[in-house]
Design a protein. Structure first.
Length: 42
């Protein structure tokens, strides 16, 4: 039973990450902002 709950939790987490990535592609200005913030570290 615990194994099923763990697999379900992993599935939900992976789905959430994929939805966030998809949302990021819908807002390209967010990708530019993140790239600018990363570049400013160097």
């Amino acid at each position: 039973m615990k194994r099923t709950a763990a697999r379900l939790a992993i599935g939900v987490a992976v789905t959430a990450v994929l939805l966030l990535v998809f949302a990021a592609y819908l807002r390209p200005e967010m990708a530019v902002t993140l790239a600018n913030q990363l570049w400013s570290c160097f």
